[in-house]
Write a protein that binds this ligand. Sequence first.
Ligand code: NAI
Ligand code: 15L
Length: 277
Amino acid sequence: MPAPVVPGSLTPLRFKCLLLTGAAGGLGRELRRRLKPYCETLRLSDLQDLGPASDGEELRPARLEDAAAMRELLAGVDAVVHLGGYSVEGPWEPILQANIIGTYNLYEAARVHKVKRVVFASSNHVTGFYRQDEVIDARMPPRPDGLYGVSKAFGENLSRMYFDRYGIETVCLRIGSAFPEPTDRRMLATWLSYDDLERLVIASLTAPVAGHTLIFGISDNATRWYDNRLATHIGYRPQDSSDRFRPIKEAAQPELDRDDPATLFQGGAFIHLGPFE
Ligand code: NAI
Ligand code: 15L
């Protein structure tokens, strides 16, 4: 096992004001403590309670679908890590509000305030209908496995337009499964450790030239469905691997049902979810 990352040790302090959206969520809570050492002010936003502010933190509750609030939120920000949004397959309306209207509001505010770079939390579900026996790269067309995946594909395309028209750089992280450890056999391929998440976000924030880049967010897992060679300019080197969990996960789930599409497609169980209306 590699030595754990000491937060703040990957690069010298870089940002006067870094905005983290979705800061009350699972990954937001993790990145909150990990990103603080890299900035003078870490501005935290969510619609849920963010708890008390620590030194150097600024709490700014906001709903992504509130354009005026987003306009205020991005004032004075150097860069954004955009995690906020509806984070699983679900009904159309909240996905529309948070992931489509909300992401548009974020980029419009970024344009107005001349923010230079965004790290956007996209998802493996943009390409969830590729099969598990295919290895895909960022040039292959999206094949979303549901409305959630479509909304993340929208964010990827929207951010490309904001780069081409206005020069706002975005690194879209097609995150696999970022959890403390893999919870099932599928995650042996999709797992991203929290330390590697920090490495990926810091590399994306600090790469000298990021342009508009799609990168798959996974650890150095032996089994993987994603080829990141088109994104080596970002300089992300995963150091964890799901391999140490393999024996226990395979023992817990020895048989896979080959007739179940969730076993065949990369999106796993998401492909069964819905419709919700
Ligand atoms: P999460 O659901 O725990 O956190 C999302 C946060 O966004 C929540 O705190 C929620 O309150 C906030 N949010 C939702 N709707 C909002 C709105 N309308 N206005 C303001 N805030 C709103 O999700 P998690 O796991 O922390 O994921 C973070 C991001 O990464 C999400 O965008 C998710 O889609 C993406 N992602 C996460 C993966 C993972 O394995 N955890 C995998 C792939 C993508
Ligand atoms: C995602 O996009 C979700 O946000 C996360 O909760 C996991 O379900 C992950 O994908 C996954 O595919 O494991």
